[in-house]
Design a protein around this ligand. Structure first.
Ligand code: PPS
Length: 292
């Protein structure tokens, strides 16, 4: 499969953006020193990364909550493997907040000391796949974007950044005992944002007073994130204008896959994934009307 027009390269079983990182840098991360106070958001793409980045930024930074600081969340909670803003990760003041799409086997070794905290956010893979496909419109030209049917095959085969969804989630879950880790789902966050923020705060050992908690929850809703330039990734739309009217914060719903997948495509997905997903403990809901 030729993925070069999408700037992807494969290294140690995972795909990375060749315009944004190198194999040498990925290798160097194995020795990246971890601090006790570090917090990592670990996600398969399109599972709620920006949402969790925003929640962490709001929990840790009063200046974000009260509007006095204008720092975008990709600087507050930058990607470990894609140092987009050439930051000095080693010397950043604590607590350092990071995001990563790194698969389990490429994560800094030191993270397994269980000192730092890991928040793993998982999302129903059909919605992940659909969100992923629409995301291409933001970063690629029309010629670079595969047909949806072709993308579906690739997604199921794991020929996407960073790797197969099933392997990614499975590896992180099966090695959970090696980390100080909280698993949470996009669907849980969508159905009960306040409860989810509280859960995250408890895991982080952060006790917010009621008013602050209200502010965090309010500012983390889809509607409010859409208009918060620090959180909505609008700079991507400006930096890489590939198509009009395409937004990073696109729909923010559960079950949007139903608007894209045909019955045959959905069945193909079920045959490839759903049976194998039974071993995973995540309670994904597949439709907004389902209970959690
Ligand atoms: S990325 O590129 O991997 O960082 O993408 P990621 O941030 O993981 O996922 C993007 C999807 O998350 C949705 N999103 C939200 N949904 C609900 N509420 C809030 N506050 C929220 N913030 C981001 C975003 O809209 C993308 O999903 P889709 O289905 O495409 O709308």
């Amino acid at each position: 499969m030729d993925l070069s027009k999408e700037f992807l390269f494969k290294h140690k079983g995972a795909y990375f953006r060749s315009d944004l990182t190198t194999a040498e840098y990925i290798d160097s991360l194995e020795d990246f020193e971890i601090r006790d106070s570090d917090v990592f958001v670990v996600t398969y793409p399109k599972s709620g990364t920006a949402w969790t980045q925003n929640i962490l930024s709001l929990i840790y930074h009063e200046g974000h909550r009260d509007g006095t600081e204008n720092m975008v969340t990709k600087i507050r909670v930058p990607w470990l493997e894609y140092n987009l803003d050439k930051m000095d990760y080693v010397n950043r003041p604590s607590p350092r907040l990071f995001s990563t799409h790194l698969p389990y086997h490429l994560i800094p070794r030191d993270l397994k000391s269980k000192r730092a905290k890991v928040i793993y956010v998982a999302r129903n893979p059909k919605d992940v796949m659909v969100s992923y496909f629409h995301f291409f419109k933001l970063i690629y030209t029309t010629e670079q974007i595969p047909e949806f049917n072709v993308f579906l095959e690739r997604f199921l085969a794991g020929a996407v950044l960073p790797c197969s969804w099933l392997d990614y989630v499975g590896d992180w879950y099966n090695h959970r005992d090696e980390f100080n880790i909280l698993f949470i789902t996009y669907e849980e966050m969508k159905k009960d944002l306040r409860g989810s923020v509280l859960k995250i705060c408890k895991f982080l050992g952060k006790q917010l007073d009621e008013k602050v908690l209200d502010t965090v929850v309010e500012m983390a809703t889809f509607e409010n994130m859409k208009t918060d330039c620090r959180a909505n990734y609008v700079q991507m739309e400006h930096d890489q204008p590939k198509q009009d009217n395409v937004h990073f914060l696109r729909k923010g719903t559960i079950g949007d896959w139903k608007n894209t997948l045909t019955v045959a495509q959905s069945e193909k997905f079920d045959n490839a994934f759903k049976e194998k997903m039974k071993d995973l403990p995540f309670r994904f809901i597949w439709d907004i009307n389902e209970d959690i």
